[in-house]
Design a protein around this ligand. Structure first.
Ligand code: ASP
Length: 326
């Protein structure tokens, strides 16, 4: 039996000039949640429980863009989304448009476990959350001063890619080499805020699971849904692998990125790293994104085509790594 493996991400597309202090904070947080997952795996936690546990922890910390610390909508509110998938039986659950649910990933888990559906959104998802008795808090809880400032700057900058982690002038953003205005889905966008979170796990019994959670893009339109809650796009798990994506949601949706990794493994017979490389190269079109993946045989892999991705991984044989750059 192959050993367990775990990978986490905290978003693709990082400011090349990200201050050293923030880089250090990111690495410490990734290390902390990796260790949490490792402890759970050593205590025979199942893949699905471990991905939920790790993503919950990331949602509760304001550092990345999920749960508390979510990027703000054009109206200054938070609309969170998340999904989870258990490779065992390919069961899944997803949620969007959450404004008061403290841990969106756990509501996605409940959609999977306790509802006849796969995906609940907006008021229906909030109603389900109340019925399930999950912890709910005021929308204000999720809003950080950092994100209020970012939204203000995004609005001032209008059609310019802006993120306090990405300098607005004289930069090469996310590897495109073009200066703003930046295009997404063929249209100029005003903002791109990375730092969605995700976790993939294969446990010691070879069971794979994936979870992804996000506040979405900063300054996004009300009602915008990205790839993170979409099974097959931002999240996918089956009996051979588990994948969580991050980056430009619209491009990830077009490429059905997460499922594509499983598909090329299944139909082309590629190994995990080759499948990840293939999908990043051939299926991302003009989009910028990254992903983490594990296989049932205990391999762990990642790939991205932009400047940096916050990530970390560990395997049962003692390998552990946390990184940001290529
Ligand atoms: N993929 C997310 C979205 O488009 C953003 C991210 O991964 O940072 O909502």
């Amino acid at each position: 039996m192959a050993g367990w493996a775990i990978a986490v991400h905290g978003g693709a597309g990082v400011d090349p000039n990200l201050p050293a202090e923030r880089q250090e904070q990111a690495k410490q947080l990734l290390t902390r949640v990796l260790n949490l997952g490792i402890d759970a795996l050593r205590s025979s936690g199942s893949a699905i429980d471990v991905v939920e546990l790790v993503v919950r922890e990331l949602e509760s910390d304001p550092f990345f863009n999920s749960g508390r610390g979510s990027a703000l909508t054009e109206n200054g509110t938070v609309e969170m989304e998340a999904s989870i998938m258990d490779g065992v039986g390919r069961r899944c659950g997803a949620v969007s448009g959450l404004t008061t649910v403290k841990n969106p990933v756990s509501l996605a888990r409940l959609v999977m476990d306790k509802s006849p559906h796969s995906y609940l959104a907006f008021s229906g998802a909030e109603k389900f959350a109340k019925q399930m008795g999950v912890e709910m808090v005021d929308n204000d809880y999720f809003i950080t001063q950092d994100n209020v400032e970012m939204l203000k700057l995004a609005k001032e900058a209008d059609s310019i890619v802006f993120d306090y982690r990405i300098p607005t002038v004289g930069y090469e953003t996310c590897g495109t080499g073009v200066e703003s205005p930046f295009q997404m889905n063929g249209l100029p966008i005003s903002i791109y805020a990375p730092e969605t979170v995700g976790c993939v796990v294969v446990d010691s019994q070879g069971r794979c699971a994936a979870a992804t959670s996000t506040g979405g893009l900063l300054n996004k339109r009300m009602g915008r849904i990205g790839d993170s809650p979409l099974i097959g796009a931002g999240t996918y798990a089956c009996d051979i692998c588990a994948v969580s994506c991050t980056g430009e949601g619209e491009a990830i949706i077009r490429g059905t990125l997460a499922r594509e990794v499983g598909a090329v493994m299944e139909y082309k017979g590629l190994g995990l790293q080759d499948a990840v490389d293939f999908v990043i190269k051939e299926r991302l079109d003009d989009g910028k994104a990254g992903l983490i993946a594990v296989s049932k045989t205990g391999e762990v892999s990642y790939g991205f085509n932009c400047v940096g991705m916050f990530r970390g991984c560990a395997t049962q044989n003692g390998f552990m790594e946390v990184g940001i750059w290529d």
